[in-house]
Design a protein around this ligand. Sequence first.
Ligand code: NOJ
Length: 532
Amino acid sequence: MFGKKYNDFLKLVVYQVYPRSFKDTNSDGIGDLRGIIEKLDYLKELGINAIWICPCFKSPQVDNGYDISDYCDIQPELGNMDDIKELIEKAHKLGIKILMDLVANHTSSEHKWFKESKKSKDNPYSDYYYWFDEPQATYGSIWGGSAWEFCEERQQYYLHRYHTTMPDLNWTNPKVRKEIYDVVDFWSGLGVDGFRCDVITEISKDFSKNQMGMGPHIHEYINGLFGRPEAEHLFTVGECWVWSKEEYCKLTKEERKELSTMFQFEHILFGKKKGGYMPEPQSLTALRDILIRWQEVSYENDLLYPLFTDNHDQPSFISRVGDYKNKRYELATCIATMFYTLRGIPFLFQGQEFGTISPHYDSIDDFRDVSAINYYNYNKDELGEKTILEHLNFGSRDNARRPVAWDDSEFNGFSDVAPWIPLNSNYKEINLKKDRESKKSIFEFYKSLLKLRKENDEIIYGELKVLSQPEDGYWLFERELGDKKIVVCCNFENENKITLPYNSANLLITNNLERKDASCDYSAYEVAIYRI
Ligand code: NOJ
């Protein structure tokens, strides 16, 4: 049984905005906060009720904002404090909550704390970061190379799990913990409703062990941050690279007051090797199995499960799991149905709602992401240019960061000048305007699906009963609450005959424009939801 807080959170439908690539309103080629304000009515129409904004704080932008130099101010090219206040106010008026991105594991080396810290071994900020006389072998950098950088000024090494300009904060220092509490309270004081918490399970470290494990104080730190009376009401979703069910429960159980929920990446990483750059074909059957397993964990332990396929770090999901070249509409709507009719909190990433797929480029100059460029530089001698570009075209984070293609005009309705990163190479074929003009509109399907979810509590709160067998090439499941029941039918790659075990079933929604009833022939990726 959920408490009131989690019952309310289960009604959230979150839309993730990568501000630099969403909508530019001041003709500098970079998306901005006013661009989000401009699109609020569109987002309302889509049917979401919360927006997660990737970091928009002051930052040198080495990692597009995940390197923060001032947590309590806005990056000028994205806007200013008045803009964010206006955005919060206008969103709230429309019933849309605002979630900010809390980057608590590291700052930019341009942050005042680091600039002071590096001056000497003995100053008020000297213990804000991890300083050692020698690199600690257990901790390496996620983006290749060493995680330890020597600082001439202080004559010591500091830890940076990401870029050299992104030093890790020392959470063992109570002063650091208090600083981050203040950041949370600052934004919550301005009306922000919650946070997505960047690599939050990395904040506790144990240098005697391999970095992959969480440090010993992780629960204490997270509860210390969000279990405080000032922060308890906030919705928080952690980016947690944690695979164990036990830890998932500990980190997100309602009464423990740590996180509200956490992203679980098993369905995202399946089939991805070498840091996500090596493609391997995936089947919807394998995907279904993963989803069922995590639904079970969620039901057995009363956990909120985020239902997501895409984000700013991943290539487009539909580009990895099926025949997106020939059946993009069917595949995109099938995946949306598979995820958003389960119990959990839907998360959508910008552009997903009209079926954006990963683009293709022939030169490293078309990429911007610091980790992609690192990957290129570290591997180009061994793998050769051609192979690296293949990898980047498949797995680069830039895939998700191309400007949203609102239409097919010169700069895609994103801006009226050339954007900071080349446009999505597929924009002529795939853009919102064209999608909405089509009879097979992915946007319209998303809209109907989210409306159905909003109006039928059994999709939000109901029990899940799987009716199909593991070897079936389709997925049939019921969601039931009190005397209300729907059945969701998702056919996979092949044509199939699916007979429903009921005397009658009323069609609520389908991606087959020809379907009128529950007749049993299903084409590839066909989905239908019926009221029983
Ligand atoms: C995870 C974020 O999603 C990613 O974009 C970022 O580069 C790293 N954390 C470092 O903050």
